[in-house]
Design a protein around this ligand. Sequence first.
Ligand code: ZN
Length: 89
Amino acid sequence: MVDGIANMSNGALRRPSQVRTLIEILDKLRFKINDLKRQQHYIACHWCSPLHRKKRRTLSVKIASEGVIYICHRCRKKGAEFYVDWRPR
Ligand SMILES: [Zn+2]
């Protein structure tokens, strides 16, 4: 994984795509959260939920001041996306 950058031949470093707003981050991650308060949210995980009959809210999504941090307690998918520009409502 880590030496993937070194193997790129043309020198153009590919950065993770930068997203701007909370809406864009949630849209990119396909998280459906209606209440966009800065707090912990629990939603159904769209990665692993289709594989299970019980649609439990296993995905913990934290909307923080600097970005969105998420982890699924069932499939262990996790990550974080940070705002380029946070605009308060
Ligand atoms: Zn999951």
